[in-house]
Design a protein around this ligand. Structure first.
Ligand SMILES: C[S@@+](CC[C@H](N)C(=O)[O-])C[C@H]1O[C@@H](n2cnc3c(N)ncnc32)[C@H](O)[C@@H]1O
Length: 262
């Protein structure tokens, strides 16, 4: 309902005087709540990661409310964004989804349905509690024995391929390929091994470089893109693989390009 012009004319100067007052009140409230949310998530991170046993996945609400701002490292957002560039709009299978943050906040809005699975009951419980959405289903499944069945336009394997041995990765690639529709895309993220060795005891195999990751993908897919980002604390590898079109390649429907000769 919109107000008559005469009333608007009377109210407008009062609203203009009130706006800076309201803004400073809410800036103060935001500052207090930012501080509180940040310090609560810092304590949560301490309990989860500094006290044994160490978890296998990260609660991304800690990134959202504390760790991103403390570290200035956007890596966790980068993963969601690069993963969602590969989305085709249909059904998605997310392997080893952890807390389910990406399923809800990066994939669900641009997909028909997301089936997200993990073998850790605590991760699935957290996912259902913190990251539920109408078109996201969280399933408890060990993907080595029990990968959800079906046909998917996208399969996402993010921050988890390094949790498997090279032999397991090979077998899982074949299972993934069977579940992709023609032209479906596998996407994901992993890390390069540091000089000092593996960064997490749960990791079975960390990749040596881009070529080392490529060799697991090229036997199964006609087109593969592997690219990296390098931060002081971490060297990241991203991958998109498909028999159809990949992001930023010719024929990708979300892009228009023009080549100017000369
Ligand atoms: C580093 S976390 C990544 C979670 C999530 N993809 C993310 O990006 O936040 C790795 C996840 O792999 C899961 N995982 C490891 N082995 C698995 C298996 N065999 N089947 C299903 N999930 C597995 C772990 O439980 C953990 O949640």
């Amino acid at each position: 309902m919109s107000l008559p012009a005469s009333i608007k004319k009377i109210i407008k100067p009062a609203v203009m005087r009130l706006k800076p007052v309201l803004e400073s009140i809410f800036q103060l409230e935001s500052k207090i709540s930012r501080f509180w949310a940040g310090s609560a998530h810092k304590r949560l991170m301490f309990v989860q990661w500094a006290l044994p046993p160490q978890p296998e996945c990260f609660d991304h609400h800690i990134d959202l409310y504390y760790y991103w701002l403390a570290s200035r490292n956007p890596l966790w957002v980068e993963r969601g964004v690069f993963g969602s560039l590969a989305l085709k709009g249909g059904d998605v299978l997310e392997l080893a989804c952890g807390d389910g943050f990406n399923a809800r906040n990066f994939y669900s809005l641009r997909s028909k349905e997301v089936i997200a699975c993990d073998f850790d009951p605590k991760a699935i419980k957290t996912a259902r509690k913190k990251n539920s959405a109408p078109n996201v289903k969280f399933l408890l499944a060990d993907i080595r024995k029990d990968m959800p069945r079906g046909k998917f336009e996208n399969i996402v394997w993010d921050a988890a391929i390094e949790h498997f041995t090279p032999g397991e990765i090979n077998k899982l690639m074949a299972e993934i390929k069977n579940r992709l529709v023609a032209g479906g895309i596998l996407s994901g993220y992993t890390i390069v091994e540091r000089k000092e060795g593996k960064s997490l005891s749960h990791h079975e195999y960390e990749f040596k470089d881009k070529q080392d990751l490529l060799r697991f993908l090229t036997p199964y897919f006609k087109h593969v893109t592997v690219f990296e980002t390098i931060y002081p604390s971490r060297h990241n590898l991203y991958f998109w693989a498909s028999d159809g079109t990949l992001p930023f390649r010719d024929g990708w429907s979300f892009m228009a390009t023009e080549h100017i000769n000369g």
